[in-house]
Design a protein around this ligand. Sequence first.
Ligand code: GTP
Ligand code: MG
Length: 617
Amino acid sequence: MSLLSHNTENSFQETKSIMNPNAGEWKPSVNAAAWTPGQGFQVPTPAPAPAPAAAATQTPEHQESTMSDIDENDPLWQAVLKIAEGDREKALTMINDPDSLANYPEVEAILAAGVGGGDDAMDIAECGDDATDQFAKDVDDKLKIDDVPTSAPDYDDDDNGDTLEIDPSTLKEGDPREHMNLVFIGHVDAGKSTLSGSILYITENVDKRTIERYEKEAKERNRESWFLAFIMDTNEEERAKGKTVEVGKAHFETVDKRYTILDAPGHKNYVPNMIMGASQADIGVLVISARKGEFETGFDRGGQTREHALLAKTLGVSHLVVVVNKMDDPTVQWSKQRYDECVTKLRPFLKQCGFTIKKEVKFIPISGLSGANVKDEVDPAVCSWWKQSWTSGENNTNQPSLLRLFDSLEIQGRDPTAPLRIPVLDRYTDRGTIAMGKVESGIVRPGITVTVMPTRSEYKVDAVWANEDPVAGARPGENVLIKLNGAGTEDVRKGYVLCTDPPCRAVDKIIAKIYLSDMPENTKIMTAGFQAVFHAHCCEEECTIVKIFETTNKKGQVVKNARFASIEMQCICMIEVARSVPVEKYDDYPFLGRFTLRTEGKTIAIGIITKLPPKKA
Ligand code: GTP
Ligand code: MG
């Protein structure tokens, strides 16, 4: 019950911005002096404002001390006066020339003991308290310091950023319960945020007072039923429009497992944000509205149900839980007929997306709003048929509720003995560069050296945090923060991969098998020269189809050396990316070997990498 135990709202705001794909592109806009090119923004440490002592650390052109500024009792002034053998004029000159002062050990000792402030402290001290508050607020607002997640540990390191004040002997291996990322996807207004909020409320991660506050706010905005969604939709735009924009992130746990919810936006404009969430997920939760008319809209061309399911499959979710939501709605009233209708229509379509229904897909009816079937089984008085349905394992589901269903899912292929692979989701500066991502394979520990692909730079891992705590090691499935010794923010970017030997490949050409699920407006065929954007794990890069080797149409007819491919065809082709990307063959590392192609705001193909160029000697 970690995240919300202190301050619900702030925790979410902070975690929200972690998921903003633009979060890495910080720009100096408030205090340019605090921005160091290549190093990002350093948060100055506020300090008290000692008058002459602080002045002593300031350069003369910034501020000249005068006799009237002097506090006679200040230890620094007394020391300088002593060095100047009582000559007050000489002492004043010395105070105004800090470089020469630093040569006197007795002065250094006084400064080191904390009498004086640093330059950063001085900048703030000069502004007074109000200005300090304003400065801190501006920093938060504009420079996204809240990108530092709640899990960002508060630690001090020495000047060169190398040594951490974390005693290695205190580090634990982390919570032994398995960790899983759930991504909530589906058409706009299907109820993803409401369900996320409902789970957090039911698992006691949100207190009653907060809920009452959201109920009041939702009412004031004429969005009464949105109060649970407000737990996840924290920013003004989201609450005003009732639409998620950025992927919200929150934690909950059951007795058996730990979970992170990634609440993706349903609106098609925000598909790139949704891809970010899905690329981290182990389990896709496809939320479908059973309400009359809404279920149908989600499926229409342009409805997001189709694109989201396709993306989830390609981006690597191991299981898809299809939540048929809004079962309480007056147009549904827990009707088995409506539930069966939704499931029957979804099955062939999910099969088309590449899911093996029996093995990978489960269906469950719920009401996110009332909480029925979320943690506890729906009351038989409300829904008489559910018990019979789940006890007989109908639609692959043999669990009474959604949380029980999550607990029952096993994630295959998490190999702690394989070489380390952590696709970088983002990074930020906190006295050194901290990369964030999910461990896909291997174990990351403080002290090991990792190779960053595609640049091949090597860095020692200074510290690892999982679930807000510094840990001695993090296994596959953990969302981690990793401090890399000596790396600048430009050295570790979104889409790079942290590896141990042998590192993953970095290539600019791949041979792939793709399925063309859609085409851009006004384009009917794909030929050599076709351009799109290549998305694999957290990485995206412009690409060109350079050659089509073979196509297979819906009837299974194969054309070798085809000159073009069209919608609903499979095709083997060579793709060239503008800059080299860190990937692997799908058969070796599935999570680094699958991708999507997008153009003109829609996903047009999903694919797997079948061949990479030979390794250079
Ligand atoms: P986007 O973020 O815009 O993609 O939407 P979303 O899927 O997060 O939907 P959201 O949770 O914001 O809910 C949209 C509307 O559906 C709100 O009015 C909710 O109250 C309503 N809703 C969500 N779940 C349920 C439910 O179980 N039953 C009923 N009756 N209404 C629901
Ligand atoms: Mg939402």
